[in-house]
Ligand binder design. Sequence first.
Ligand code: GUN
Length: 296
Amino acid sequence: MAEVIDGKRIAAEIRQEVKQQVDELKTKGGVTPGLAVVLVGDHPASAVYVRMKAKACEEVGIYSRVIRMPQETSQSELENVVDELNGDEAIHGMLVQLPLPPQIEEKPIIWRIAPEKDVDGFHPMNVGRVMIGDPDAFRPATPAGVIELLMRSGHNPEGKRVTIVGRSNIVGRPLAVLLSQKMKGGNATVTLAHSRTPDLPAVLREADILVAAIGVPEFVKADSVKPGAVVIDVGTNRVDDPSTEKGYRLVGDVAYDEVSKIAGAITPVPGGVGPMTIAMLLSNCIAATRVISSIP
Ligand code: GUN
């Protein structure tokens, strides 16, 4: 059976490190890092994520402000909130939780966030900085979390064949960029596979490290995994299950039961990549505070 990579434990370790930095910023720098999270509407999973982000902030001593706006919020109302947060000195990092309701255009919102407060790393300025290997860029939290998880669990991607399945702007594509860069946590040989890759199982079987980020429940089966490979499951999919209290359960993009029999190591869902994403968001918030407050 595969080694289970404990994202919950590793994320707790990172949060502890963040907490020490927060304490130092407060005592020596005289500044309290502040994160604002904007939630528009009533997307149920988003509401859960936003609560988790706020709770994580409070635990490490980051000031958190959640701005909840109604489902029928207009483009200009949301833009005004972004403008206010851009100018708010108590706020060092901000994010607008996605997806947004259909009447709101996402691009002008993301472009409006001050790049130095864009702790999600979604603004094109930060996307570009990541692309050219700027070590001070905000790395988007989920790809950064995947790399940190690999490094801290003893699976350095350097020199390995890494295959990512899923090419989203927030996970697959930036992860491919980061893993292929000449830097710590990089130096991998990367394949970015997707739904239109011919003979996908054969491509995935070449991977020493396989990252599933396609957003389809249990998409990666055992016949797509090389024996002994490290499997990182980024998926968090809700599937209906009337036998549970909530009426659903969370499953990843990997068919865990069969893949864990042949993989060398695997991340569980929940408790794998998810907690890492939040830990890296906190870490970006510290970085934003240092830059904005000119504290090295
Ligand atoms: N929706 C799903 N993941 C994310 C994320 O990392 N940031 C934001 N803002 N919204 C999301």
